[in-house]
Design a protein around this ligand. Structure first.
Ligand SMILES: [Zn+2]
Length: 149
């Protein structure tokens, strides 16, 4: 027993690059990871399956709606990861989203509701009605927008 195998696989990194892994030897084992238990994690501790879901869902900034083109001209229009409610423990598909670097930088640590009233949001016509569905849902479930009292 113990068929010698050579295995190659890739891990995706948040930057979009890929890291090549090669393993030699050992008996064939199941490589697929159980999604529920996490599998690979990135530096935000977001499991890969959730990262993939969010990337597939948020093809535009969840706030200002700018489309994430493959090669964005302006850096601030590029996607970044966002906790809709600023709580790093909430690693759920309802709270992890992609927004452009411009919105992310503006929102910073502000609560969602407070930020929606900021000059930045106003200037861009970002309102509780204009944001993506995932943000509207967060607003409904969390009317305070996660701001600290
Ligand atoms: Zn944006």
């Amino acid at each position: 027993m113990g068929t010698l195998i050579t295995r190659t696989w890739y891990c995706r990194w948040p930057t979009g690059g890929r890291v090549k892994h090669v393993a030699h030897g050992g008996t064939a084992r199941r490589l697929s990871v159980d999604n529920a238990s996490g599998g690979g994690m990135n530096r935000w501790s977001i499991p890969d399956w959730l990262e993939g879901e969010v990337i597939a869902r948020d093809r535009r900034c969840v706030y200002c709606g700018v489309a994430f083109a493959a090669q964005s001209v302006r850096r601030r229009d590029r996607p970044s990861r966002e906790h809709i409610i600023n709580d790093a423990r909430r690693i759920t598909r309802a709270n992890i989203a992609r927004c452009c670097i411009g919105c992310n930088a503006s929102k910073g640590t502000k609560g969602l509701v407070a930020w929606l009233q900021s000059p930045y949001a106003m200037a861009r016509g970002i309102t509780p009605e204009s944001v993506a569905a995932v943000v509207r849902a967060a607003l409904q479930s969390e009317p305070s927008g996660g701001s600290t009292p």
